[in-house]
Design a binder for this molecule. Structure first.
Ligand SMILES: Nc1ncnc2c1ncn2[C@@H]1O[C@H](COP(=O)(O)OP(=O)(O)OP(=O)(O)O)[C@@H](O)[C@H]1O
Ligand SMILES: [Mg+2]
Length: 577
């Protein structure tokens, strides 16, 4: 092709593109911001637009979905986790209606889809349960957009790839697009999938894309969106708790992903630890804490900016049902938390009492513990409110081993007592209203407690500071409920004496070689010596097995987290973590 021809072809292509765009323009009333334009221009099959609230992410998804609606047979799908999410005012359905009404596109309310004059289709859907994916079994799309991706499971997301199909004889690209704020039950997998390990929220200032395993990530910032009244928006963000605020304001992804203390903790509909009151009722036949259960009340005192975090624990009574052969008696349940900010102790005390009066808990609280010196607060609670808090000075690790112990999933060969589709169960459950399982709000959904469980972590000391593990301590920022809960665990959970090293080894031995079965003959007798030798050979085998499983054991140069050491010390058998 000659140079002149090439110029002509390019000019023609440009003309056609402009024409096409003007057709599409009818449907897209907004001009993309620079960052939205970057997101829309990505050639990657998979791209994620994530970060600060209000940055224009949902708008960008809708623009992307509409980009090729002038092509016959083009089909796009936009998804939210639930139908309610989709149909809230200003959410995707509403916004599409604003954009498309009177444009020539026709709405089918039953199918929840827009049909364009070209024949193209824009469909809306939701994936509430894992099985909802099969609704889309036979459909094909060239654009699939997930809004608020962290509310989905990874399985739901990856399944939809099978629905991404090219149109024959068309150059419409296949695009899997998603947008989300940080946080939410899927934050960890979304972070893993899209956010580069060394990415920092400060990097979001620059308008550019990042890549991880061939997938693109565009960070979103509030400042990108001149169409939003930022002052009003910031004001509303200031009312949120500090973590949600950091997440939504700065688009901070790291804060969600780093929990390393309670690794067994799970959240969401398939969580072992978070159950709904309906699930609770299906087992205990009542929708409240049964009136014979005993409880404990823990608080981490704070005023401002730290909250006063109060949590209640109850232990299932002796007559609790036995489910799949395992007693529920003794399991711990958390029915409520109370978060107060900038409130004097008198008020917090009144609120604690109001909650306990409402549920009739007061007389059943065996133990109240406050995880601070906070003596004057304790005095106020005692004198003015009749609430007797004990003092507990949290050291770096107190109560953590006990919490890890109850959070651990055991009985993995038996169905979960509240969610029979899961295997295994912990000894610690938090209970939330049915509509607070996904995307919990405030104290009703135990939001802050759940978020802290997920994120509670040890500070990584820098390498030069590392002289063993003693200076790895919990991160001192997002831990109010964790401290309150630790106080309860350290002082009120059933105490179990840790086994000594020798007892642990002994318990691992075949029965005949345990000390309790020592042959009843005098030491020095040949039968006794034989028994000792055989026993020692068995012990050596166990030690070898243990060292193979735990290569770091006994190597002072390889620091372990205190968590690892405690898990071993605290009664558990080797290797069953
Ligand atoms: N390019 C644009 N032109 C005009 N208005 C825009 C543009 N982008 C976004 N907006 C408007 O700004 C507001 C916030 O945008 P949007 O809801 O898309 O942000 P978001 O990042 O999805 O927010 P959230 O994190 O709350 O979901 C909406 O009213 C939206 O219509
Ligand atoms: Mg949005």
């Amino acid at each position: 092709m000659s140079a002149l021809e090439l110029v002509r072809v390019r000019a023609r292509a440009k003309q056609m593109e402009a024409k096409a765009r003007s057709v599409v323009r009818r449907y897209i009333p907004h001009d993309p911001t620079t960052r939205q334009a970057l997101f829309l221009s990505l050639p990657h099959q998979e791209a994620f637009y994530g970060g600060a609230a209000g940055g224009g992410k949902s708008d960008a998804l809708l623009m992307g979905a509409l980009e090729h609606v002038d092509k016959p047979n083009y089909a796009a799908l936009l998804l939210r986790r639930t139908f309610q999410d989709l149909s809230k005012p200003k959410a995707l359905l509403d916004r599409a209606r604003e954009w498309l009404q009177g444009s020539g596109a026709r709405w089918n309310d039953q199918k929840k889809q827009w049909r364009f004059p070209s024949g193209a289709l824009l469909a809306f859907g939701y994936l509430e349960g894992d099985d909802d994916i099969y609704q889309y079994q036979s459909a094909e799309y060239q654009f699939i957009g997930f809004d608020e991706l962290t509310q989905f499971s990874e399985r739901q997301y990856t399944y939809l790839f099978s629905r991404l199909r090219r149109l024959s004889g068309s150059d419409v690209p296949l695009r899997m697009r998603s947008a989300s704020n940080p946080g939410g039950i899927g934050a960890a997998w979304v972070y893993e999938r899209f956010i580069p390990d060394d990415w920092q929220p400060e990097d979001a200032v620059e308008i550019c894309k990042y890549e991880k395993n061939g997938r693109a990530f565009v960070p979103a910032r509030l400042e990108d969106n001149p169409h939003l009244d930022q002052a009003t928006y910031e004001e509303s963000l200031d009312k949120l708790d500090e973590v949600t605020r950091a997440q939504l304001r700065k688009g901070d992804w790291r804060i969600r992903a780093q929990g390393n203390i309670y690794k067994a903790w799970t959240d969401g509909p398939d969580s072992h630890h978070v159950i709904t009151w309906s699930q609770f009722e299906s087992v205990f036949r009542v929708r409240r804490i049964p009136s014979d259960w005993l409880g404990s009340n823990g608080q981490d005192w704070g005023f401002d900016p730290d909250p006063a975090a109060t949590v209640w624990n109850f232990v299932a009574g002796e007559n609790s049902p036995i489910i799949h052969g395992v007693k529920l008696a003794g399991s711990i349940f958390v029915p409520a938390i109370l978060t107060c900010k900038g409130e004097i102790p008198d008020h917090v005390g009144d609120k604690i009492k109001a909650i306990e009066d409402e549920h009739g808990w007061g007389s059943r609280i065996q133990y109240r513990v406050m995880s601070h010196e906070a003596s004057s607060q304790r005095e106020t609670y005692r004198i003015k409110c009749g609430l007797n808090f004990q003092k507990w000075k949290p050291d770096a690790h107190g109560g953590i081993a006990q919490m890890q112990h109850v959070i651990r999933i055991r009985h993995k060969d038996k169905p979960h007592p509240f969610k029979p589709w899961l295997m295994g169960r912990p000894d610690f459950y938090v209970i939330v209203p049915d509509d607070q399982m996904v995307n919990p709000k405030g104290d009703e959904g135990l939001a802050l407690l759940r978020a802290e469980f997920r994120e509670y972590r040890y500070v990584e000391p820098n390498v030069t500071e590392r002289k063993g593990s003693s200076n790895i301590v919990p991160y001192d920022f997002f831990n109010h409920y964790m401290d309150a809960q630790r106080g309860i665990a350290a002082r009120w959970f059933a105490s179990v004496r840790p086994m000594t090293e020798a007892e642990k080894i002994d318990s691992e031995l075949p029965e005949g070689w345990r000390l309790e079965n020592k042959p009843n003959v005098a030491e020095g007798d040949w039968a006794f010596e034989g028994w000792v030798m055989a026993r020692e050979a068995e012990i050596a085998k166990i030690k070898r097995r243990f060292e193979q499983k735990n290569p770091a054991h006994g190597n002072a140069w390889k620091p372990q987290s205190p968590l690892d050491q405690m898990g071993q010390r605290w009664g558990g058998k080797w290797g069953d973590e």
